[in-house]
Design a protein around this ligand. Sequence first.
Ligand code: GLU
Length: 546
Amino acid sequence: MAELLLPDINKDPKYYEDLYPARDLSEGMRVTRIAPSPTGYLHLGVLFMALINRLTANSTKGIFYTRIEDTDKKREIEGGIDDIINGINKFGIKIDEGFISATQQVGDYGPYKQSERAAIYQCYAKSLIQQGLAYPCFCTAEDLSEVRAVQESQKIRTGYHGQWAKHRDITLQQAKELISQGKPFVVRLKSPGNEENKVFFDDGIKGKIEMPENDEDFVILKSDGIPTYHFAHVIDDHLMHTTHVIRGDEWISSTPKHLQLFKLLGFKCPKYIHVAPILKLDNGGKRKISKRKDPEAAVSFFAQQGFEPESVIEYLMTIAASDFEDWRRANQNADYKDYKFNVKKMSLSGALFDWNKLCDVSKNVICKFNSDTVTEKILCWAKEFDPEFYTVLTKDKEFTKSIFAIDRDCAKPRKDLIKWDEAKDYCSYFFDELFTPCYEIPENIEKSDAAKILRAYSLVYDPNDERQEWFEKIKSICPGLGFSADNKEYKNNPALYKGHPGDASTIIRIAVTGRRNTPDLCSIMRTIGKDTCLERINQMANYLEN
Ligand code: GLU
């Protein structure tokens, strides 16, 4: 039978066992992997899984590799491998082996792409057929749905098992005949399992899991000779000597099938670790983050918005381990890779994707960057995602750098940038082409008083003043305009004054920047320069006087 079904396969499993000998690992070293299918762009869940696998390998100075599971050619998209592997690279997750770029595979256990391994899977399938553990099934899709309909009507568990497994005992003669008629076939496992029996496995996160044994004669090779995920990953994880299979928990239900395959093939089973998905709140309920519904499911979204890869990773770490944030507080400047990760700290049910938390984490990451780094990163982002803004920023790079130096490069930098797509708004008032005046003044100040503040200030303003002097100048104009020159004095006797120096500086701030809240105004004015500041101050005064 095996010869009839797979006549071109002339190697036996021993050949591959010798070709891919055990790795030379020291005690306890872990070999992990991600096995993405290039059926879409890099998904946040895949990035998360890459991070968890990398950290698990790191914890034992082990190996993390990538394998491309491209057995579903119909769903494959162009550029999928590139997007996934380069995405992982961009996030600084080091790949030791397998695909390290879209076109480059490294390591002794390749090829690391399933479509290039068909002969290997077929060799093991042939061996199972020879042992009577697999057989050809000629059922068409219609045959299978008919069986299903009958099972449903009789309230029997659906599937190709037991008496419903039509070709389970097919003879060589029958198979020959069907093949000679040109009938396509798949290869199914002849499952020795019994639904009444239980299988157990010790999941690395969820602990002991008990499930019914698999009794389904599931497909191992499809009609084109390409394996199913069940079969392919078992062969691959065996031959590539994966010690820990860390994957999404949607695979738990199929694990009995996988355990059975490992056993029947005589392979040592890896440790299974099933990770809960990242969730989203939706209409009060929780659901898995979805490629179709959530823009943030695609990792490219974070790049477009200008999140630093470091921020996203730092945020994923808070999802990955319950005590990461405590560790971070105690080790503020440490590399996240120094954190001692253990899958046991992972959530059993899945963590909610929390946008506010991501923003918060990101603020803390960015505030540690010096002005050179911030400027460089903003330029990089703008070049790719906002070329017009890039042109404005590169007119005078030193000027641009001085903008992002304000309130940065100091002991307590402002945490006012979350992502680079905010940079344009953040710095718009530094550039005439981006500045839009806004003359909305606080309600407690009369328009005419605001105009007087601006006129008086324009007479004392000296662009060379440092912060202290600069504020003294503002104070100096207050008494003549009915404002207190002292914030405290104003607080004690508010009825005696129209306002305080803080109010006066707010009016100046609005004139120069169009907003009430900005980093240090003195530094801003020194950066913007005298002519522009005076022009804006006069323009607002004119507006208020009319
Ligand atoms: N190709 C599978 C997936 O994308 C891989 C699962 C695994 O890691 O084994 O879900």
